[in-house]
Design a protein around this ligand. Structure first.
Ligand code: MN
Length: 196
């Protein structure tokens, strides 16, 4: 049995970047729906009792309904716990900052590439910043419920480009939503995931 995670901030804390109304639907309806679906699929299946990441790795390509619901729970758990109230000085620190600048040239160049890959993703999916085993950073696009753990990568940061993540606040303006998200990223949490 999996439970809906609690948000580590008040529903209105991320406004106007993500409104309380969007959070209520996205967390309370969409994510709750994936949790309910997975809990209904698990009993008596080979996935019962496994950790969420293990379910995602095992179900990819073999059990689509389990993969889609478990993947969406894993993705949203990472997504919702990477934000905090808007701040003008949101930027990575220390080792993660040095790695980003070393690989992408600058933090701004990294942001531009990340937003371009999110904006350019056709249909529903996720854009990810992940770390390879040696600490190298990778930006990838994943369709549907995809998560880079299925490619042996460690997910650090993700922007949800499913329309349910932004349509109430931004309608069709996905790039505007993605650019606005930078001001609510909790880089201390991203650094913790990176191990820096
Ligand atoms: Mn979503």
């Amino acid at each position: 049995m999996f439970n809906l995670i609690s948000l580590p901030y008040a529903p209105e804390a991320l406004a106007p970047v993500i409104s309380a109304e969007t959070l209520r639907f996205h967390h309370g309806k969409h994510l709750q729906g994936y949790v309910n679906n997975l809990n209904a699929l698990l009993p008596g299946s080979p996935f019962e009792g496994l950790e969420l990441e293990e379910i995602v790795r095992k179900a990819v390509g073999t059990a689509p309904a389990v993969f889609n619901n478990a993947g969406q729970i894993l993705n949203h758990n990472l997504y919702f716990t990477q934000f905090r109230a808007p701040s003008a000085d949101a930027a990575p620190q220390a080792a993660l900052s040095a790695q980003i600048e070393g690989q992408f040239g600058s933090f701004e160049a990294f942001q531009t590439e990340f937003v371009a890959k999110g904006a350019g993703l056709f249909g529903s999916g996720w854009v990810w910043l992940s770390a390879a085993g040696d600490g190298t950073l990778v930006i990838t696009q994943e369709a549907g419920a995809g998560n880079p753990v299925t490619k042996g990568l460690r997910p650090l940061l993700t922007f949800d480009v499913w329309e349910h993540a932004y349509y109430l606040d931004y309608q069709n303006r996905r790039p505007d939503h993605l650019k606005a998200l930078w001001s609510v990223v909790d880089w201390a949490e991203i650094a913790r995931r990176y191990g820096a």
